[in-house]
Design a protein around this ligand. Sequence first.
Ligand code: FAD
Length: 486
Amino acid sequence: MIEVVWFKRDLRTHDHAALAGALDRGPTLALYIIEPELWTQPDRSWRQWAFLKDCLKSLDAELREQGGELCVRVGDALEVFESLRQRYGSLRIHAHEETGTRWTDLRDIALRRWCREQQVPLIEHRQFGVFRPLKDRNGWAGHWKRQMMQPLVTLPEHFEWQQEQATTGWEDWSPELEQEDCAVQPGGTDHGRRLMRSFLESRGESYHRELSSPETAEDSCSRLSAHLSLGSLSLRELAQRTWRAQQGARGRGGTWPRALKAFEGRLHWHCHFIQKFESEPRIEFENLARSTDGLREDEFDPDRFEAWRHGLTGYPFVDACMRYLNATGWLNFRMRAMLAAFSAYHLWQHWRQPALHLARCFTDYEAGIHFSQMQMQSGTTGINSVRIYNPVKQSMEHDPNGDFIRRWVPELEGVSAQWIHEPWRMPASMQVAQGCRIPGNYPAPIVDHIAAARTARRRMAKVRAPEEAFRESKDIFRRHGSRRRR
Ligand SMILES: Cc1cc2nc3c(=O)[nH]c(=O)nc-3n(C[C@H](O)[C@H](O)[C@H](O)COP(=O)(O)OP(=O)(O)OC[C@H]3O[C@@H](n4cnc5c(N)ncnc54)[C@H](O)[C@@H]3O)c2cc1C
């Protein structure tokens, strides 16, 4: 019997219950399976692949420090396990519970069935504060806290590895994805740890004040999302280090206590949103609130979508955020919300295609957070207030001088701070003087944002008014709503 640790989105050796559990029992094979079919799914992109490859190299290096190595196989997961079963006669699989997409869910269901048929034990460990199954949200915050407070899992003192042939040349395999001109952040535990330290020791001091502007957020946010998404960093370790930093900051005054409190709240949110998706995976495709069905299902305007995804809507701040995201693979929360809401309310597009586009843009793509957030920003959850961001107001508040806009929308390079937020308002002579004709050098606004927001608000009010919608929202809140934390 060999023990097989199936690494999925938990690419680390620290605080890894599946790895420790396997090593505790006997000779252990550390396995990662590159699944070609997964990389043909519409939510996958080259930037995610680049980050993953860094993480695999880093995981292999960590395992080698412990005397082992990572066996990477390219192929269908079931076939890989079947070949191992045939070779070894019997095996036991250890993995983390993965909250993934329908594609990974179906793969996991097929694997569980195969395990039962072949009498292969499969042990799945909880990855973080997401619970399976969960009836409602009562007491969830307490479960989360207890899970995060548990001591970090360490490897046993003595253990043995099982080596196995990897797929020859796996390092050269790559999915058929368009290679992008994107400055992908480096993956791997060392990079994750460095970010965690620099955030908790210096960068995070004004987190709560600076997280909303894309100008300041790049440095003041933790930038740990991609590491949490692929598990190159343990959320529990991050939570415990945050609490320790909070203790150190207590009584010292300054901005640290508020910054760390705000940050700790985000770590809750991480699991809170994934829990929604774990409990209701259909929201990858369907509205959470069925009362909002029919609102936009038939609404998809390819021209609007193309303008939005290329940063050509004529709203400088919206376009700058989208271009920044396209170029870097990351964007702060507030601006993600603004892009999603602009698509849903001002452009009145159904959320599914925009969600896939943004998923491909995010190096940190985490389906559980992503689809829950997309629905929240599109008004289809039934429990969140309708939040329509005014793109001009956001621009004035978060980029008052227009420096961010000029950097990412060079067509507006010569436009002064007075006109940068609404350049279409410039008189013709001013457009010539400031070197930007509209339309011409830069598009005119794709919609009148005031009128579009008014129409959207009216439509949303109509769909939320009926008694059944109210009853449904109460039920959704029972299942998914966040409770006040004590
Ligand atoms: C439409 C939309 C789609 C999103 N899609 C994703 C996604 O695919 N993957 C992803 O990790 N985050 C997603 N988010 C949440 C959030 O924007 C990012 O987690 C955050 O910007 C990542 O940067 P950071 O690591 O510097 O975050 P920080 O501000 O430093 O926060 C620390 C961690 O807390 C968690 N977190 C922060 N904000 C949120 C939030 N609003 N909801 C849930 N968890 C949060 C993340 O794990 C993050 O890494 C999305 C938000 C929106 C509005």
